[in-house]
Design a protein around this ligand. Structure first.
Ligand SMILES: [Zn+2]
Ligand SMILES: [Zn+2]
Length: 269
């Protein structure tokens, strides 16, 4: 892990956004596994050509629910959303094989799509969307009402400090509760909570919501073995200019690498 960190600092990313020195293959999804004491990794393999085919589908249909007949498609799944204020999004594809040797392709989008966790034909999140709604909505309302309270005139300095503290405690507790909703699985048949397996202090917002965790989780639940994984960005360039339309990237360092070592464990069995 430490050695990789050093490499990450010194090497320039290649076209896959991968900073590790690799001449032949690209480890697009990787992370350190505490149980095995080594890094597990998954290369792109044939997932790149599957990703290119997905890009063609996106381009020709202009939406992500293209598997549905035209009249059943939801305007909320239009790709226009990725060119507006929200900016673009990561998409991922996994090339998998089932028990009978049949190839199966899985696809995922990162986080939510216009407030939706699920879309027809796409890998589900690592949490139960209904449980997420039940947990987040009431706390969100409370946090918003504190915000309104703070905007009112003539609020004393002491009250203001108290309200801010109250809001901070609420959102920290919410983050912890959200992390408990994530069920992280691997190819050894283990199931753990996000906070159990995440390496490092403080789990960043959005950990577990990237394409690689969704694809691996989906593969485990469908009894598939991934042979390759590829992630690309689609839409308006992100604010920090680190993600560009149609380019491929490795798993992210802050949210995915501390998680993927556990998730990839047992993949070679
Ligand atoms: Zn990530
Ligand atoms: Zn392992």
């Amino acid at each position: 892990m430490e050695k990789n960190r050093a490499l990450l600092r010194t090497k320039n990313p290649d076209k896959f956004g991968n900073r590790k020195k690799q001449s032949v293959t690209h480890h697009t999804a990787f992370g350190f596994c505490r149980k095995c004491g080594v890094e597990h990794a998954l290369e792109t393999g044939d997932a790149v050509s599957l990703a290119s085919a997905l890009m063609t589908q996106l381009e020709s249909n202009g939406c992500i629910d293209f598997e549905l007949p035209q009249e059943q498609r939801n305007p909320g799944f239009s790709l226009d959303y990725l060119w507006g204020e929200a900016r673009g999004k990561m998409f991922g594809v996994a090339d998998c094989i089932d028990a009978n040797g049949k190839r199966v392709a899985l696809k995922a989008f990162s986080c939510q799509y216009q407030g939706r966790w699920e879309a027809p034909g796409w890998a589900p999140p690592l949490l139960d969307p209904q449980a997420w709604d039940r947990l987040v909505e009431p706390v969100d309302r409370e946090i918003k009402s504190i915000g309104l309270e703070l905007e009112r005139p003539h609020v004393s300095k002491t009250t203001r400090l108290e309200l801010r503290e109250q809001r901070k405690i609420l959102s920290q507790a919410l983050m912890r509760d959200i992390h408990e909703l994530y069920e992280v699985s691997n190819f050894c048949g283990e199931r753990r909570s996000l906070s159990d397996v995440f390496i490092g202090q403080g789990i960043p917002t959005g950990a577990g919501d990237c394409c690689a965790p969704k694809l691996l989780h989906s593969a485990v639940s469908k009894d598939l073995r991934p042979l390759g994984i590829a992630e690309f960005f689609w839409g308006r360039e992100n604010l920090s200019h680190t993600r560009r339309h149609r380019l491929f990237y490795s798993c992210c360092q802050d949210k995915c690498q501390p998680l993927l070592g556990f998730m990839l464990c047992g993949i070679d069995k």
